[in-house]
Write a new protein. Sequence first.
Length: 110
Amino acid sequence: MTGMCLNRGRRWVGHWRHRMSDIETRVQQIAQVLGQLEDTQVPRNIRNSVRDAVEKWLLNKDKEMDIRLGMTASILDEIFNDANLPIHYGPLCLQIQTALEALLNEVKQT
């Protein structure tokens, strides 16, 4: 009986690690998409905010994943509401926010 419980625990840990590596992969993809806002058409203050969100929060492995995702989504919300954001970048911000929120919900369920 004990061996069976141990084995189940190992499978669960393995599943959790696989899920977290999948989440990290998706975080990396989101960071790459956010790189599209490094365009010179985007005002410098917005580019700086995006860079800070990615470096200080999204890719910062010293922070908990839910904090990383939540803070990045919050900063992205501020960027989306910035009147200086070129209009054709609005949908991109919304898509990224949707992806961040989906990941955040997934992380909260684990």
